[in-house]
Design a protein around this ligand. Structure first.
Ligand SMILES: [Zn+2]
Length: 241
């Protein structure tokens, strides 16, 4: 049974603050612009997550963070507007008990890989989390012609299904969604998915590309996961207020 709103403790203040910082980091590092969003699972309830109200990520402060259930319903929004695509987050948290944070963006260098058959694969150690290639979501197969937005639970479920057990799912005609076992890891992956996409495009233009193989990718990803605090400190310093 999920907790009723009145029984749900307030989220940990440090986690709320970190989510606000994550919003600003993702803007500063070129992953989100006026659109895109990042969430983190509630520390006291696996059936809830934290996500900003409907606003540009660069402007998010801790006061803008709302609590949602896995049906995508905000329990404390009042008259504040919520993101249309909150179902991306809700259905991934429902499907993946290991996921603690989710980033959805339209980061530009990733888009070409979402609209072609060219797989987004790791060209260097920093993006080992891409493994043998990012997953792919074709919304047209699920819902026919749409505005491309994941605006209901059924589309969210289909997206979570396409993500499977992976770290990244590309969304044709739209963008991408990245997950992590911490806010730091999800932000790291979103930033390096974008960087890898740019480098891979450059490498393809030069000639045949040698990608990390599956074992190299796994080893590099495990190694990078021990270094997240270092880059988080740098990225958060740059957006400190
Ligand atoms: Zn979107």
């Amino acid at each position: 049974m999920t907790a009723t709103p009145s029984a749900l403790p307030a989220p940990d203040a440090a986690r709320v603050d970190k989510l606000a910082i994550a919003n600003r980091i993702l803007y500063n590092e070129g992953v989100v612009d006026g659109f895109g969003h990042v969430s983190v699972r509630h520390d006291a309830s696996a059936g809830h997550f934290l996500l900003a109200r409907n606003m540009a990520p660069a402007l998010v402060t801790s006061a803008d963070i709302l609590t949602f259930d896995l049906d995508g319903q905000a329990i404390d929004a009042g008259d504040r507007r919520v993101y249309l695509e909150r179902f991306i987050h809700a259905e991934i948290y429902r499907a993946r008990s290991d996921v603690v944070a989710v980033v959805h963006s339209h980061s530009p260098n990733v888009i070409p890989f979402a609209v072609t058959k060219t797989s987004l694969r790791p060209v260097y150690h920093m993006s080992g989390f891409l493994g043998e290639g990012a997953a792919h979501f074709e919304i047209r197969d699920v819902a026919g012609n749409t505005d491309l937005l994941v605006r209901n639970a059924a589309l969210g479920r289909a997206l979570a299904g396409a993500l499977g057990s992976g770290a990244v799912v590309l969304m044709r005609g739209h963008g991408s969604t990245v997950v992590g076992t911490s806010l730091e890891q999800a932000v790291y992956r979103a930033i390096y998915a974008e960087t890898n996409a740019r480098l891979q495009t450059q490498a393809i233009a030069l000639g045949d590309v040698t990608y990390l193989n599956a074992e190299e990718a796994a080893l590099a990803a495990a190694s990078n996961d021990t270094q997240l605090a270092r880059v988080w400190e740098l990225w958060s310093r740059a957006v400190a207020r």
